[in-house]
Structure formats: structure tokens, C-alpha cells
Design a protein around this ligand. Sequence first.
Ligand code: GLU
Length: 482
Amino acid sequence: MIRVRFAPSPTGYLHVGGARTALFNYLYAKHNGGKFILRIEDTDISRSTRECEEQLMESLLWLGITWDEGPDVGGSCGPYRQTERTSIYVQMVEELIKLDRAYRVYAYPEEIERLHDDLLSQGRPPHYDQEMLESFNTQERKREFSLNNLNPVVFFKMPRKEYRLLDLIKGEVIFGEGAIGDFVILRSNGQPIYNFAVVVDDILMEITHVIRGDDHLSNTLRQLAIYEAFSTSIPLFAHVSMILGSDGKKLSKRHGVTSVEQFRDKGFLPEAFFNFLALLGWSHPEGREVISHNELIDSFTIERVNSSAAIFDETKARWMNGVYIRETDLERITDLTIPFLIDANLITEEKAVANRKWLRKAVDSVRKSVEVLSEMPDRLKLYFEDTAVEPLKVENEDQRSVFKGIEAFKNRIEYLDTWNGEELVRVIKEVLKEAKPDRKLFYMSLRHVLTGSEEGPELIDVIYLLGRNKTLNRLERALRIP
Ligand code: GLU
């Protein structure tokens, strides 16, 4: 059974990079009928908060990424928050000490720092080994520690040999012999260090594949050595290349919007963003771009994850979102649009419910021109707000005939029995036949009178949606009817 995990540290929002890592894990698990586990890596107590944890989960759920095991849903390998697993780490440290793969050091932090500086000043690499560290472990020192209730730190005995990793994305990665020295796995405050906790968790949670950002590649060396010390099987690793901004630099806040929450607030559809994220470093075998959730699950394989960096192209994200806005069920787009209209004070919740049918049609009339839902209020405001109407000019023959046409149109719709698109089309045809205005100018002027703009939704939709009163009011002002 394939088991993968997403292991965020709850120290901030879920950013594009983290979301993409979560997504690749999710897709891989679902594609293979495996399990996707959410583990909260909150060992950095000063920076981790429950609020961030909740936000992370909310962002994942918004995207449509659900987990089979995690701190909220539980599971057989819990707990799923590292701060709740301290006793497990301590026990595993004991095991390594028993196996003679780790050892206690009764030294104060300053002493270890000094050792580090001494090594450097001797022109040696700052690599610790057991001999130098255990020189602190005098009987006296041990007594001092126990009298003062202090704990030793525990170091891992790093084998001085070459490690090779066959990464599923990067290919073979070689960590040269003696690249690092012995390192701390348990601090004197009883907290494990990150590399140790991750390995313990991945072993006990029976993780088969570690899919994560390649910024973790340098941690992998330590992790490989710890797996080896426990003589357990090592998961397969897939280090995903980083995401760059369109300027070729590592994606960061400088590039503007980068958290999932911000994309949601801008009016990205979760399914569009899910699709977009999947293409950040992965490509569909047939080069398709607009791919649904289930199709992504069906077609996702690690082989198609690119080993070079992905470029985050917001223009493409917006384009893709526009496609989803046009193609997604209108009811849903209407639902998602309403909060933006309420925020812009164009509508109240009650009115949105009462005029649902009308609103749906209004949304439909503009959705072709929208890339993100936050543009909806601007596109729809013509139906709500009173636009400034300029009186029609009558300075030449063409303008005079358009004036007459618009006047005739007004007169006819005033008494129209049925207010619908077909009737409106019929009326316009009659007017064009009788008053014979310049067609192009007629349409342009009518649109301008009704919307204050040269472009916008289909004219018939505009008239229909404005309704008789608003339409007449705007026409009368253009015709200078008091
Ligand atoms: N907690 C790490 C992070 O947030 C992830 C560790 C891992 O995936 O191994 O970057």
C-alpha cells in the first residue's frame, strides 16, 4: 500500500510551493489507491501556531485536497502532530543509543560552540565526532548535570562514508564521504531535531514515498543515515524542483500574491487553481492543460514530473481560471460571485436570494469577460448602479436618425406585453426597419446610453436584465425627456 504524507510546519499561510507539494502527494496517493497523510511538524514551538495549522487545513480543503489520516481525522499511526509525539522520539533515541548509533554528550551549548570555532580556527571542517564530544562526559560533569536537573544532548554517529540516493525525479544523487560530522538528534530540552523527528515519523507512519521540495535535499543525507541506523526500509524519495517567479528568481512574496488564501480572495476557483498547481512541474501525457480533478488523478505519475524548475506564470493562472469561470456550472459560479457582490455593496444576501434567477442570468451575461471573480462587481455594476447618461447628440443626419430610432425603441418597449429577449429582438428589428438609423451607430449609441461603455455583455441581455424601468429611465435621460 502506497502511503505518502504532506508535512507542513504551521508557521504561516499555505503558499504555492507547499500547496503544489501537497497536491503532488495527494495525486500520487489517489492515482495509486494509496493513503495521503497530513502530519503537522510543529516542533518549532516559537513559530508554530494552532491558527496557522487551521488555516493550512482550510486552504487544503478549499483546494479539494483531503487526507486519509491527520490530526483532525485521526488514524492508526497517530498522533499526527509532532509536539504530541515527543515520548516516541525519546524512546527512539534510546533505541539508537542501545544500538550504539547515538551517544549522550554532557556539554553546555557554549562548549559545543567553542569546539566548533576551535575546529575552524585549526583549519578543520567543523565536523564533530564521538571522541571529541565524549571528552566532556566526565563523572563530575554527569553528577553536575544530574544535580542541576540538566539533560545531556544526544548526538547521532554519522558514518563516514558515501551515500547514494536514487531520487525518482532528480535521478542519482551522491553525498560524498565525510560531508558532515556527527549531529544532534535530541536537544537537552527533550525536543528532537527536525531530521530525526521526520525519519521516526516516516518509519512509524509507514511512509513509502517522500515527495517534497528539493530545498530538503540536503536534509536527506542525514535522514538516509538515520534510516540505515534503524535498519528499516527507506522510502523512495522524489524531490520536486522549486517554483520560480516569471523573472526567474525563486518565488517569494516579492512576486505578489503567493498564498492560497490570497488566490481564493482574488476570486480563483479552487478547481482551476488545483489544475494550475498540477501543471507547475508536471505535464499531461497529451499536453492537455485544462484537466479536471479526477482526470488529474487518473493521469498523474512521478515520471512526468519535470526535474527542472517550474515557472509560476500568473497570467496563465488567470487565463485558466477564466476558462473555468466560463465552463463551470452557472449555479456554482453564481454562488461564488455573490460574496464579491456583497463585499462591493452591490447586493445584500437577502436580495441575492430573492433575485436568484435574475442574478444567475446577469452573471452569465458577463462571465465570458472575467478571469477572476473579483472582477465580477466591476462587470456587473451596470445592472445595479445608475450610470451617468449623456444626452444623445443630434448634430448631423446620422445622429438624428439614431435619436429617432432610440426614441422609437423607447416608445415601443414602454408598452411591451412581455419582457423577454425574443420580444426585445423583435422590437429592435422593427425600429431598424422603420426609422432606418445607421445600424452600427444605433447599436453603439444604445449600448452607450444603457451602460456608459462601448463594450460589455450582449445588448439584448443588458436590456432584459436592466428591466423596463431602468432601461426607460436611461433612455429618457438620453432623449432629454424630463
Ligand atoms: N516540515 C517540512 C516543511 O514544512 C517538510 C518536511 C518534509 O517534507 O520532509 O518544509
